[in-house]
Design a protein around this ligand. Structure first.
Ligand SMILES: [Zn+2]
Length: 582
């Protein structure tokens, strides 16, 4: 029986590039090997409770309410990115549930005056203004802000509004929690949370809540949701994931019932800290050095070198800006895994390029990859769904081909003023699309590179992935709509079409054939620092074909840890925050 594999089992080849620290064996693809320098581990800021531990359930509830007010105050200063990806579902006559359409939203949350958000998708402002402009049940009820709102239990959380019932103690990951059912007292008009909360038993922060808001108003619909928070700062648990699902929701005004599942993710909480310190170090260490290496003398740059430096400047500007916005993950371990695959292709093809090739991860879900100068960028969603290393090599080889063929970056990006724009305009300001001729040339070159690579015998898998994508693409228009690069699939035509010919027939019922993986399984994002790493989840044998869930959204079950604890990756990869925001 085939297993889901979450880490790419890397083929490693003799590496030419000396300056890059590349993964040398398959263990490097394992998250366990991703050991950040222990010097950055925070001085274990275990926050001692300032007040004595509550001794009765009543006192516990008081603490929970108090901590939730503190949480709300914190959230007013936070401006995380919020991304919602939704799939409309249909039950087929066979009983299988399949996505038939999808929706996508990306914005930045601003709760300084209640939940608000700034859209990156070129949509007008949200909230009431938006309501007036939209028509149709879906538009109305899938208002993006509605999903962002599910980070909140209640903007006015008071003990007197609710009945609290202790259920049991339970571990979520390594965090012991009190499980409490809460129900709004009757006779209230304001919709309030109804469901279950998980409260960690040291400081009594809510770490998960699962339910809906009640009563349902006439003009809107509240969905059911499962909302998770992670311990990102000492004493503070911030929203990271929300899973929403409705199977047969029919309310007044709707012509048909709603059947969908959606995942909302938040990240980019620490944009301020990240931009100042880390990038300052990078500029000091990297840029001047590489420039000096190229010139080799104390003379002015030759025309060719000057042109290269100019292109590098455009590349560096764009990458720095994308990272600042919160769209690009900071350099990290996953980049090295990607670089190893690129190197495997380069070495076997005797490619020697001027300047190193870098790989970076775009933090968003839509499937896309593109190049910015000599940097290959691949989206989190695409990394998630690629079933194996050969498929990854297929995606990377296309981008490498653009670089090998000398396809240029728009050098106007070398001018600094081009980087000065509001964050939400990023998708308009940046465009790394190639013209059709360049795309075709890159496909042809990529095939040539792959046929001469360690992946040459496994290209059937890559073709199978493309076949599966081709089949699902019409039902997932938003998943295949890139924001910065070219489309992988346009209608029925798909990138690297020639690989499909060599692929076996798609067989959805065959458990041994995994053409693509579900979304969210491979790449783990640290919502505080935006660092990405490969997921630690162990491979699982599939019981039925319905568990394949290719390209699909699934529920989220993060393994909760406390900041500073041994199992905590957040503290080991990011410096401890200096102080609480006031
Ligand atoms: Zn391309």
């Amino acid at each position: 029986m085939r297993m889901f594999s979450c880490g790419f089992a890397l083929v490693a080849i003799a590496l030419t590039c000396g300056s890059q620290v590349l993964a040398q064996d398959s263990s490097a693809a394992q998250p366990e090997a991703v050991s950040a320098s222990s010097s950055t581990v925070s001085t274990t800021q275990t926050v001692a409770p300032a007040v004595p531990m509550p001794s009765t359930f009543n006192e516990v509830v008081d603490r929970v309410v108090e901590r939730e007010h503190y949480f709300l105050a914190q959230m007013r200063h936070m401006h995380p990115m919020v991304e919602t990806y939704l799939q409309d579902l249909k039950t087929e006559t066979s009983g299988d549930v399949v996505p038939v359409n999808d929706r996508y939203f990306l914005g930045r949350l601003d709760m300084s005056e209640g939940p608000e958000d700034t859209s990156f998708m070129g949509q007008p402002g949200f909230g009431k203004r938006m309501l007036a402009k939209l028509t149709g049940a879906y538009s109305l009820h899938y208002l993006p802000l509605g999903f962002a709102e599910m980070v909140l239990l209640d903007t006015d959380f008071q003990k007197r509004y609710y009945t609290f019932n202790f259920v049991r103690r339970e571990f979520l990951g390594e965090v012991r929690c009190l499980v409490i059912d809460i129900d709004p007292k009757s006779g209230q008009r304001t919709p309030r949370f109804k469901g279950r909360i998980w409260v960690e038993d040291q400081e009594f922060n809510i770490v998960r809540f699962n339910g809906t808001y009640s009563p349902q108003p006439k003009s809107a619909i509240f969905f059911h949701f499962d909302s998770w928070r992670l311990n990102m700062r000492p004493g503070t648990w911030l929203p990271a994931y929300i899973y929403t699902e409705e199977s047969n929701l029919k309310t007044g005004g709707l012509t048909r019932s709603l059947h969908f599942k959606a995942q909302t993710r938040l990240w980019g909480y620490d944009l301020k800290g990240m931009n100042k310190n880390e990038e300052f170090t990078q500029i000091l260490v990297d840029s001047p050095q590489s420039v000096r290496d190229q010139t080799d003398t104390a003379a002015d740059a030759s025309p060719v070198v000057a042109e290269r430096m100019w292109e590098k400047q455009a590349e560096d500007n764009s990458i720095e800006r994308l990272q600042k916005v919160g769209l690009l993950a900071p350099p990290g371990e996953v980049d090295k895994v990607l670089c190893t695959v690129v190197n495997n292709i380069m070495v076997t093809n005797n490619i020697d390029l001027q300047g190193d090739i870098q790989c970076r991860v775009l933090l968003t879900v839509p499937l896309e990859s593109f190049t910015i100068g000599h940097t290959i960028v691949i989206s989190r969603g695409l990394l998630d769904v690629l079933p194996d290393e050969a498929s990854l090599a297929m995606v990377l080889s296309h981008e490498l081909a653009h670089i090998v063929l000398g396809h240029r970056l728009d050098t106007s990006l070398a001018f600094s003023d081009k980087m000065l724009f509001p964050d939400q305009d990023s998708f308009e300001r940046f465009d790394f699309k190639r013209n059709p001729a360049d795309e075709e040339a890159a496909d042809a070159k990529a095939l040539e590179l792959l046929k001469n690579s360690p992946y040459k015998d496994k290209l059937g898998n890559a073709g199978l992935f493309l076949k599966a994508l081709q089949e699902r693409a019409p039902d997932l228009p938003n998943l295949i709509s890139p924001h910065l690069g070219n489309r992988i699939a346009v209608g029925k035509s798909i990138r690297m079409q020639d690989l499909i010919a060599s692929a076996p027939a798609l067989n959805e019922k065959n458990l041994d054939q995994i053409a693509a993986l579900p979304l969210g399984g491979r790449i783990k994002v640290d919502p505080w620092s935006d660092q990405v790493e490969l997921s630690k989840a162990k491979p699982v044998a599939l019981v039925s074909a319905s568990e394949k869930m290719e390209f699909e959204i699934t529920p989220v079950f993060p393994y909760l840890t406390r900041l500073g604890s041994s199992a905590d990756k957040v503290a080991s990869t990011t410096p401890a925050p200096a102080a609480d925001p006031k």
